[in-house]
Design a protein around this ligand. Structure first.
Ligand code: DHE
Length: 530
């Protein structure tokens, strides 16, 4: 059980819970709810669930909401079968209790969990396998806490590696040798792709809850440092890039950029390594601050704090790698940082709850280079001009809004060699939408999109939700892979689509492919190709 805290006392008007129910609810809240509502329930992607609100909403309202969900993105935990009727009732009562405060996680806790599994001296000095590393995919197997390494050509699973709980994303070191994986339990695993059989060489737990990991990408600093950002405690840690030894922990607690009021839980969302300065771009969700953390001298850490917008979440670089565009999702905006000049380049109003993943870069026939995001809260796809030199009038403006298939979109993708723009809708409430993807022709955006029935192509029968999530290209940009994400006890698959013909190329099925979600092609992830 990752969180600590005390069981509640009895309060007038607040339903009671047994110790066992409280402990079970705390675990469910951590696993299912804290990501959107926050450990202290102050809200971010989801609304605040502080007791002043929940006690006013009342038990019946809360029960219904948890059961049926909402079109704004709250999953239907009850009717989907994820939670039983008794669990829904228990969770409704739980959010009416005061939230337990989890413990801190400083250097001593990190050092206790830090382990170098294979010392640097015992690692190979050259690649010892015949794997085409650049075209390898690291696939999140969410509910087994594993990743699968899948060869991009043969579609064979090269290895399945045990990682952190509810594993979230993979990132690749600048050299391409090391793969870093982070779980929701804040465990970071470092995998050496040069070993005869790629495996873990170091591991550490950087907190109790986390989502992001990255490595130093600046010329001259390749593979030198890794960084992980935590949701709880709200902090980031810079680690040695070869051993994961924790070197510098910095708390992100502080004041919001606008009202300048103290926030106890400003979580670290996306992190990207700058190519223009020896810096990490660290996005702090609740305070709306973007930190440029300079790693040249860890004993005299220089941090440039850029005031951007609250509820920063996910984002990616523009095609030149100079500008970082990040969704401030509950503010319906995208903030743009110039990583070269270290300043805010723009704030762009987009649709409702932008959720780009790393977004999609392409050259618009009329507006020049653009970066695109789809949205959780509406059906639109926003295109933002990213070329202040060649197209200054369009830079950091929403130049076009495309009509997409529906809300509930999480990821959008293209590739420099492709003229397709792919939009998923895994959190839409209509099966027709969450089981398919939409694809636009970049050269004919006015034509609208074509819908491809990805889940039907996977041919898994009618069991489970079969949500189609996150497209990822192979290195050559000739095919795109989608996960058909089912329950833990059901069959899932990866569907490979030929980019040119938009026809089914391959369905990857394997009993080990349990709950596949994110996929990270080593070359595209390392080089920020999207
Ligand atoms: Fe993610 C990226 C947080 C739920 C799949 N997710 C991110 C990032 C953050 C984040 C901060 C950016 C990391 C970076 O770039 O450094 N995700 C959260 C949450 O807080 C949230 C909403 C709720 C939670 O409890 O975790 C959440 N995410 C999910 C899922 O349910 C998804 C769909 C399935 C899964 O595997 O958990 C999911 N998130 C992903 C993926 C990426 C991601 C695949 C990376 C996309 C990329 O292209 O880089």
């Amino acid at each position: 059980m990752p969180l600590d805290g005390e069981a509640p006392g009895v309060k007038p008007g607040v339903p009671t819970m047994t110790e066992e129910e409280f402990a079970a609810s705390r675990k469910i809240f951590f696993e299912r709810c804290a990501g959107c509502h926050g450990v202290l329930r102050n809200g971010a992607t989801g609304p605040a669930l502080t007791t002043d609100r929940t006690r006013e909403l009342g038990i019946d309202h809360l029960r219904d909401f948890i059961n049926y969900g909402s079109p704004a993105g709250m999953p239907n935990w009850g009717t989907s079968g994820d939670l039983s009727e008794a669990e829904v009732d228990m969770m409704a009562r739980y959010v009416m209790q005061d939230p337990p405060q989890p413990p801190e996680w400083g250097m001593s806790s990190m050092k206790e969990t830090w382990k170098v599994i294979v010392p640097v001296a015992e690692r190979p000095t050259k690649k010892m396998n015949d794997i085409d590393i650049d075209n390898l995919f690291s696939v999140t197997l969410r509910d087994t806490g594993e990743i699968a390494l899948i060869d991009g050509k043969s579609y064979e699973i090269t290895a399945v590696i045990e990682t952190g709980y509810a594993v979230h994303i993979s990132r690749v070191s600048a050299s391409g040798r090391y793969l870093f994986v982070i779980g929701r339990d804040a465990r970071v695993d470092m995998i050496d792709l040069w070993m005869e059989k790629p495996g873990k060489v170091a591991t550490i737990k950087v907190g109790l809850e986390a989502r992001s990991v990255e490595t130093s990408k600046m010329k001259g600093w390749e593979d030198k440092y890794a960084i992980a950002g935590a949701y709880w405690p709200p902090q980031y840690v810079i680690m040695d890039g070869e051993t994961l030894e924790p070197l510098k922990i910095e708390s992100t607690r502080g004041t919001t950029y606008d009202e300048q009021e103290y926030h106890p839980e400003p979580r670290v969302a996306s992190i990207v390594g700058s190519h223009y300065n020896p810096e990490f771009v660290v996005n702090v969700k609740e305070t709306g601050k973007i930190l440029l953390v300079n790693y040249e001298n860890l004993d005299a850490l220089q941090v440039t704090t850029i005031e951007a917008e609250r509820f920063l979440h996910d984002g990616g670089l523009d095609s030149t790698g100079r500008y970082f565009l990040v969704a401030a999702n509950a503010r319906d905006r995208v903030a743009v940082v110039d990583t070269k000049e270290r300043k805010l380049a723009g704030l762009v109003d987009v649709g409702v709850k932008p959720h780009p993943g790393r977004g999609a870069n392409f050259v618009h026939p009329e507006y020049g280079p653009v970066w695109a995001t789809s949205h959780l809260g509406d059906e639109t796809v926003a295109l933002i001009g990213t070329d202040p030199e060649g197209h200054p009038d369009n830079a950091w403006k929403k130049v076009e809004s495309l009509e997409g298939p529906g809300g509930g979109s999480l990821f959008i993708k293209t590739h420099p060699k492709s003229s397709n723009l792919w939009v998923d809708t895994p959190l839409n409430s209509e099966a027709e939408l969450y089981q398919s993807v939409a694809v636009f022709d970049i050269k004919n955006l006015d034509k609208g999109f074509e819908t491809l029935p990805i889940a039907e192509w996977a041919d898994l029968g009618d069991e489970g939700a079969q949500r189609v999530v996150q497209g990822e290209y192979n290195q050559a940009g000739t095919e795109i892979w989608f996960s058909v994400w089912n329950g833990k006890e059901q069959n899932s698959a990866i569907v490979v689509v030929d980019d040119k013909t938009r026809k089914l190329k391959k369905v990857i099925k394997d009993p080990r492919l349990i709950t596949p979600t994110g996929k990270f092609n080593v070359f595209n992830t390392r080089e920020d190709v999207y």
